[in-house]
Write a protein that binds this ligand. Sequence first.
Ligand code: PBG
Length: 346
Amino acid sequence: MGLRPWLAKMGGLGETSFMEMMIRGRRNRRTPAIRGLVRETRLAVEDLILPVFFHADAEDVAIASMPGCTRWSVVGLMKEIKEAHALGIRGVVLFPKIEEDLKDSAGSESANEAGLVPQVIREIKKSCPEMCVITDVALDPYNIDGHDGLVVKDNGGELKILNDETVEVLCRQAVCHAKAGADMVAPSDMMDGRIGAIRLALDEAGFAEVGIMAYTAKYASAFYGPFRGALDSAPKEGDKKTYQMDPGNLREAIRELLMDEEEGADIVMVKPAGPYLDVIARLRDETTLPMAAYQVSGEYLMIKAACESGWLDEKAIVMESLLGIKRAGADMILTYFAKDVAKWLI
Ligand code: PBG
């Protein structure tokens, strides 16, 4: 109904009940049953990927920068993964804390077949073979400089992160993870050309079935702070702005997407998630590939802190934050809340 006849009807007090509205949005919101029928986006346990932290020590250690998260021993991690599996979670991403004396400027430990990550992959595949094991491919936990790539200093003392030389090391790391039984590798380093190079390296080594989850639009974000605390992997010098993306850029994300698609990515990712919903929505329109979004450590911590002080309701806030990420266009979400959410969904 037009505004004019409605205003005419509004002439007398008490006549609002005679409004002639053909369309009323609230009819579809009247009962839980109707709201359930018309709901457009749903979270399911199958959407969730749990990132896990671990080290070679025998102790399980609470992570100070991420309350509620633990850096597991290998034994503790297996228990955690079985628990996640029992809750219906079918994807994990592995983040190791590497011992300081194994770190060097070549990131050599990253391709050690007897190293911590290959050992953990083998154990998970033995005790929980159904779990999709995704590994992080980047040098920051292995590199003495804490950067995702190899570092040199030029004559002026300025830090440079080498691209092509790094990609070679990443290829060895990816093949090493595949040999141990990884289902997917997830390069998070943002070096140019690494998706194509890793695809070739995997294929040549006989791992054509191992997938690549590309960190396609990974922004140089302050939201990674608590994660670097968890792994002691913060850059010793400089920042990551010459390889991770500028937070102001959206078109550039599409450019990265086109490259990753052409180079053979199987899944693309946007990271962080919450502050970058427009990027998720835009890339959703630009690609037919499945898309992941990473609700990162800083997003986790903000919610945790606000809820621990009683200011917000944790369950409601977590569910809404994840639903928003799905509604924006993500098919799957990496979140430290995965186990809680799985429990809430039962
Ligand atoms: C390292 C890596 C980072 C995260 C995932 N992989 C940190 C970084 O790039 O500095 C961040 C995850 C989080 O904050 O939860 N390549």
